[in-house]
Write a protein that binds this ligand. Structure first.
Ligand code: ZDP
Length: 299
């Protein structure tokens, strides 16, 4: 079976987008997502994103597989790419389209801006230990500036869920962080039963943060939208930054605002199409396998 895809990126956080409107289940399995994401033997991406039919009155549903095949609840850069992708497959050239997207982290609403960016209502951050989830505090308490032992060092961490888990630590110099060695140790720390995304933040000014990220299931990426949102929230909680700030990631900048009015987080940033193509599905998902079998046995 040949499957069409489009390759997009948001600040270098790159995704394979698949038009999955004809089925309520992803047309490929997590194992094949791993192969497609491989940068040498596949297309190359940080994850695969599916535009599925909407549920509960939404326009679309989004599902995503990380490059290791795991499935996160949400993806901030990814949902900007998804918004552009659905505008394209719908042929919507209005440039100010807005979509209600069902995700495993609730309904998220991206909107195109007049400047050619995508602004996303990322919802209200969740802060209780059970919501992250983490065992760093009792279930209904927050984890703000708490000590965590990693790699023989005590780090001060703040935990925020943007639907997916984030552990944020503020440092003097993000460039000096040995991400490849300590990132996995945060990700797999026993304090995080669902593993965690980890952000290292340097406060340049109260409205300008520098961030490096180690993503759960994807490793060091050039950008992480949910991570930038979670980091701004963490910075406000510990009193180090304003409610509105620029977050500079290795791939570029995002504008993040934690609204005092509705307590929701708004993220604005780019999403660009790189190329389109098609691949042959050698490893069909469970539902597609059923169809393939039916074709073979029903000439
Ligand atoms: O939570 C996770 O497992 C993340 N790796 C999901 C992807 C997050 C993303 N980088 C973002 O921008 O929020 C896409």
């Amino acid at each position: 079976m040949s499957i069409e895809f489009a390759k997009y990126h948001g600040l270098g956080n790159d995704f394979i987008l698949i038009d999955n409107r004809s089925s309520s289940e992803p047309v490929i399995a997590p194992e094949q997502a791993v192969e497609l994401c491989d940068r040498h033997f596949g297309i190359g991406a940080d994850g695969v994103i599916f535009a599925l039919p909407g549920q509960d009155g939404t326009d679309y549903s989004m599902r995503i597989f990380n490059s290791d095949g795991s499935e996160p609840e949400m993806c901030g850069n990814g949902i900007r790419c998804l918004a552009r992708f659905v505008a394209e497959i719908e042929g919507d050239r209005s440039n100010l389209a807005q979509y209600r997207i069902h995700t495993l982290a609730g309904v998220i609403t991206p909107q195109m801006t007049a400047e050619g960016q995508v602004k996303v209502d990322m919802g209200v951050p969740r802060l209780l230990a059970a919501e992250i989830p983490t065992t760093l505090a009792p279930a209904n308490e927050k984890v703000i500036d708490q000590p965590l032992e990693v790699a023989g060092k005590t780090w001060s961490v703040t935990c925020v869920s943007m639907g997916n888990p984030h552990c944020i630590t503020f440092v003097e110099d993000v460039a000096a962080i040995p991400l490849e060695t300590i990132g996995p140790q945060f990700e797999h720390h026993p304090a995080f039963p669902q593993r965690t995304n980890t952000e290292f933040i340097e406060v340049v000014q109260r409205d300008y943060l520098k961030m490096r990220v180690w993503e759960r299931g994807a490793g060091a990426t050039l950008a992480c939208g949910t991570g930038a949102c979670a980091s701004l929230v963490a910075g406000v909680l510990i009193g180090k930054c304003d409610r509105s700030a620029t977050v500079e990631l290795p791939g570029g900048c995002l504008q993040i605002e934690w609204s005092e009015v509705d307590q929701r987080v708004y993220m604005t940033g780019p999403a660009e199409r790189v190329f389109t193509g098609q691949f042959y599905s050698l490893l069909p998902s469970a539902s597609a396998a059923g169809e393939a079998l039916a074709v073979e046995t029903n000439p």
